[in-house]
Design a protein around this ligand. Structure first.
Ligand SMILES: Cc1cc2nc3c(=O)[nH]c(=O)nc-3n(C[C@H](O)[C@H](O)[C@H](O)COP(=O)(O)OP(=O)(O)OC[C@H]3O[C@@H](n4cnc5c(N)ncnc54)[C@H](O)[C@@H]3O)c2cc1C
Length: 403
């Protein structure tokens, strides 16, 4: 491990020596980072990694943060957090060669085509169909809440290929070129007025079989593998330096408004301490993971990082008083990156009122708080499992739940 750490450190030296972040374009820098194997150090050599322990990515992240290298995760959150691990874990070498580098440089942004009007928490119930026709699959269906689909070149799609099997067993995972005829992206406007996400309609869209990831019917395994990575990626965002993350906005607002009220200061301190506990718990979870004995701390990451921004921005709104009722504008815009306030490093300039509105989604996206609690109840506390009457029933049968 220590030899690997030295090797990673030496490669970061080389990266920073040859690509000064202040004069290199972000895409060029990220490309060089990928080529040196510092994109995801645990991935195989040649595919953005070095084949070493994932914990060593921390060495890269710390050094690049200190050198003010721009972050690519808000531009290509799904690409980095979900599509790349699915491609590396289950894709062909051709998939890895073709898609990973432009994904990491953000030349190709990715979106996640999982949720549907009747399949969110119960994702296994999804109904978008893919029917084999020679070397292609013909896809029909309706996806929703597809973040950044309007700027995406590619998407990861789960579709039902075997309706006669029980719901989780009849799914298949695909990569989709978003420019395929029959793929239509329509904006969905959210509470802040902007449309960061979309609905995506598939009408006889033809996907080549070469874009299938995993075997037909193996889609659930690939999806869960990819989502597990998304959850830990989300939780990683809690590991910011002390006092950064969403809570930094509350501290800055407190200072800017020249607040002195001791009761309000107590409130701010309570939130700050909560943020610090989440940060430390996240570090402990990471250390336990590294030692090979992951503990329950890991499961709390997504839960806590969802609730915290809501607490922070509710507090900010209470400081703003009547000013919190005024929003700068309610234009329908389609941003080209994810909203930073809920998970950024606290240094960016954000509009508190919009951040407050957007923070409502933090306990829904990537799995709701209720579902996280169910998972913890069952897997961590060992409480009785939820009833799942449709688990072994063919998805298409009349006795399956109403969709
Ligand atoms: C900002 C944002 C971005 C998103 N981006 C994407 C994306 O890019 N791609 C994508 O595919 N999806 C995306 N989603 C969708 C997201 O994954 C779903 O919204 C989420 O899984 C919840 O599903 P749902 O909205 O259908 O709610 P439902 O599943 O219908 O849930 C409704 C309510 O019922 C509760 N509930 C449901 N089942 C249970 C249960 N068994 N026990 C207790 N309570 C339960 C839920 O907690 C929730 O409060 C995004 C969502 C948001 C908010």
């Amino acid at each position: 491990m220590s030899a690997d750490r030295d090797r990673v450190s030496a490669l970061v030296d080389e990266l920073l020596d040859t690509h000064d972040p202040s004069t290199t374009t972000p895409a060029e820098f990220w490309g060089a980072q990928f080529d040196l194997g510092l994109a995801w150090v645990q991935f195989p050599v040649g595919f953005g990694g070095l084949g070493v322990a994932p914990a060593l990515q921390e060495v890269v992240a710390e050094r690049l943060d200190a050198a003010s290298v721009p972050r690519n995760d808000l531009i290509n959150f799904v690409g980095l957090g979900t599509a790349a691990p699915a491609i590396v874990g289950f894709g062909s070498d051709e998939h890895k060669r073709r898609y990973l580098r432009p994904l990491f440089t953000c030349d190709e942004v990715w979106c996640q085509l999982f949720s549907e009007p009747n399949a969110g928490s119960d994702l296994g119930n999804l109904g978008t169909s893919a029917v084999r026709d020679g070397d292609e699959w013909v896809v029909n269906g309706h996806k929703v809440w597809t973040t950044l689909a309007h700027v995406s070149s590619y998407g990861i799609l789960v579709a039902r290929t075997h309706p006669e099997l029980p719901k989780h067993r009849g799914l298949t995972f695909f990569l989709v070129d978003m420019r395929t005829p029959g793929v239509e992206v329509r904006p969905l406007r959210q509470i802040s007025g902007e449309a960061e996400f979309n609905e995506v309609l598939f009408t006889d869209a033809r996907i080549p079989d070469s874009m299938r990831v995993g075997e037909p019917g193996e889609g659930w395994r690939v999806t869960i593998g990819a989502l597990m990575h998304e959850r830990s990626h989300n939780a990683d965002l809690a590991k910011r330096p002390r006092g950064m993350g969403p809570v930094a906005h509350a501290v800055r607002l407190w200072q800017d408004m020249g607040m002195t009220d001791p009761a309000r200061r107590d409130e701010l301190m309570r939130i700050w301490i909560e943020a610090e506990v989440i940060r430390l718990t996240s570090i402990r979870a990471e250390q336990l993971r590294k030692s090979g004995t992951p503990g329950p701390e890991g499961s709390t990451g997504k839960l806590a990082t969802g609730i915290l921004p809501q607490r922070v921005f509710e507090f900010c709104m209470s400081l703003l008083g009547p000013a919190g009722m005024v929003i700068s504008d309610y234009e329908m815009r389609q941003p080209d990156r994810m909203f930073e306030g809920n998970m950024g490093d606290g240094t960016e300039n954000i509009e508190i009122v919009k951040a407050f509105l957007n923070s409502r989604s933090a306990t829904i996206g990537g799995g709701t708080t209720e579902i996280q609690k169910n998972t913890m109840a069952e897997r961590v506390l060992g409480l009785p499992k939820e009833l799942r009457p449709d688990r072994d029933v063919p998805w298409s049968s009349d006795s399956a739940p109403v969709r």
